[in-house]
Design a protein around this ligand. Sequence first.
Ligand code: CP
Ligand code: NVA
Length: 318
Amino acid sequence: MTTLKHYLQFKDFTADEYAYLFERAALIKRKFKTYQKHHTLSDRTLAMIFEKASTRTRVSFEAGMYQLGGSVVHLTTGDSQLGRAEPIEDSARVISRMTDIVMIRTFGQDKIERFASHSRVPVINGLTNEFHPCQILADLFTWLEHRGTDAQGRINPNALRGKTVAWVGDGNNMANTWLQAAALLGFKVHVSTPSGYGVNAEIAGVDCADCWQVFDHPLDACRGADLVTTDVWTSMGYEAENEVRRQAFAEWCVTPAMMAAAQPDALFMHCLPAHRGEEVLAEVIDGPQSVVWDEAENRMHVQKALMEYLLLGHQPMA
Ligand code: CP
Ligand code: NVA
């Protein structure tokens, strides 16, 4: 029996735990690609609660849990009592008596924290207004796969130390989570957002002065970066601001010129869904430096490692 552990934000785990998860995800991915069974969670049930839309998070968690030998219950606000004002604490008490692990995508981080504090089983953040830790877990794994392996193709979890990520766009849940990752794993984030949409260090929960730097112009943020990344101008839940944001963000579009200002071997990432012609031009997202499809696929592999870790703890690498 492992002690009850949740994954509500990136900084919930240590650098050593991430090193384990990257190694484990690589093993799980290898087994998946070679059609080897990996039923470490047979008879376990994952409850997925979606209060916002999803494609990748739904498919990656659902397919991933079945591949681990378990099963899945899918709930949304509209088709459960969550949408009819049942207290989140009561929902947590009930759902966690019938399932083994819970993934929630919701609005405020406070909601997932209240759920977790009344849950008997591990709770995973599948995106809140403030954070998207599963996405950054996949992004880091993807980055390491492409730029952080040794001669035998094994991932070196320390390979990101001293690197630079350029964040172009909204100071949102993704930006906050990149900052937490930088503080923990020893890289730096160059942040460029339109005025009024900057990262709030208090909300992001980071107090490292040297792990991020603000740039007025996105091109300057990209200079010398090892990875350039962006996200939609309007995140889920902020749709009423769409028109105002379209105007404010017009210059925060990742262009070939920005990629050219980065390191010659820089990668481009986007958590998806993307809007070509808004936050990124098609030449970039569909170009040779883009690894967005690997990023999306890796959601599944890293989350399988994550669910296994939360339920079983460290496992032998075989
Ligand atoms: N990146 C991501 O979380 O995608 P979905 O919204 O499709 O789940
Ligand atoms: N920042 C985006 C990410 C979507 C996966 C949102 O919250 O809508």
